[in-house]
Ligand binder design. Structure first.
Ligand SMILES: Nc1ncnc2c1ncn2[C@@H]1O[C@H](COP(=O)(O)OP(=O)(O)OP(=O)(O)O)[C@@H](O)[C@H]1O
Length: 316
């Protein structure tokens, strides 16, 4: 399996947990990069949550020493905000720490070792959270974020291919750092749902990954439609309600969701979208609570006012 990225960088980072998948990815990346003169950095995040976390970090350090990668590690400090899950906190802080280490190492590209099973699990989890096309699209193979490129070169590879690679090269890893960050839903899915699902539907992994690929295309097309509608209905920072009303109900809902998300920087509950669809057409003026602020209708224009006391726009 290949693990190189194009165009060829001088420095390449691999997010290395010490577990099975990123052990294989770090090894394969080094094999591909060495003849090209590309330096490989292994970035490890110690979540400080699990008794075995020191072992995982040592494992990555040892791999780096043995295989000739440059080792970087960050230990997370702090704690989740009151309403935040450990999982959400760990995930956000992990990506932030990876980004900081990558930039400090002079890397523009970070490789992640997600594979097709991870993709399939993410689709199921999104479905169970009630996600739409964008959520069901799951993880992109190539994404730009925070000035970095995040690549998942093995996103479409079955897990068995990675296991075969590990066997072929007699690689050792430390089991299950994934449990480090309190991922209750994903762990239950892996332990309880997945075995039963694949027993009944052996093609589930491939089918769910295919569903994600279709959802990604559909989400991209929807983004284009909604951008056109947003431009057609814009009045400065506000939305012209008369123009919005001329759209079909499906496009009205999409545009409201998109617009409030852009204004507030947060996810928009479906209940708010439905309420606005019901109430906006008959209203001459009005106010509706929205994430982080409120929506104000005046003189046919819908605009957003941020709560002065609320937290700033979040960057996720
Ligand atoms: N502690 C860690 N340090 C460095 N990289 C990590 C760490 N944990 C995970 N990763 C990177 O993220 C990849 C996916 O890991 P994992 O499946 O545990 O994350 P996830 O939580 O399922 O996915 P996501 O990060 O998208 O939420 C790993 O293969 C590895 O590349």
């Amino acid at each position: 399996m290949g693990a190189t990225a194009t165009p060829r960088p001088a420095e390449l980072a691999v997010a290395a947990s010490g577990g099975r998948d990123s052990t294989a990815l770090l090894h394969a990346t080094l094999r591909a990069a060495r003849p090209l003169g590309v330096r490989v950095h292994a970035l490890h995040v110690h979540h400080g949550l699990h008794p075995q976390a020191d072992t995982w970090q040592r494992q990555v350090r040892t791999q780096c020493r043995r295989w000739g990668a440059i080792f970087h590690a960050t230990r997370l400090s702090g704690a989740p905000a009151p309403a935040e899950s450990v999982e959400a906190w760990a995930r956000r802080e992990r990506y932030a720490a990876l980004a900081t280490m990558a930039r400090a190492a002079g890397c523009d590209i970070v490789l992640l070792a997600h594979h097709r099973r991870d993709q399939a699990e993410t689709v199921l989890l999104q479905l169970l959270r009630g996600g739409g096309a964008r959520g069901l699209a799951a993880m992109p193979a190539d994404a730009k974020r925070g000035g970095l490129r995040w690549l998942r070169p093995w996103r479409d590879q079955p897990r068995e291919a990675i296991e075969a690679y590990l066997r072929q090269h007699r690689l050792r890893w430390v089991d299950d750092p994934g449990n480090d960050d309190g991922r209750y839903a994903r762990n239950r899915l892996q332990q309880v749902v997945w075995p039963a699902l694949t027993d009944a539907f052996p093609q589930a992994e491939a089918a769910l990954a295919q569903a994600a690929a279709r959802a990604a295309e559909e989400a991209a097309a929807l983004r284009e439609f909604v951008a056109q509608d947003a431009a057609a209905c814009a009045d400065g920072d506000a939305l012209r309600v008369a123009a919005w009303r001329a759209l079909s109900p499906a496009r009205q809902a999409l545009l409201l969701r998109h617009q409030v998300e852009v204004w507030s920087g947060r996810g928009v509950p479906g209940t708010l979208v439905r309420r606005l669809q019901a109430e906006l057409p008959g209203a001459a003026s009005g106010q509706w609570p929205a994430p982080g602020g409120r929506l104000v209708l005046r003189k046919g224009r819908l605009s957003y006012q941020r709560d002065p006391s609320g937290p700033g726009q979040h960057s996720d």
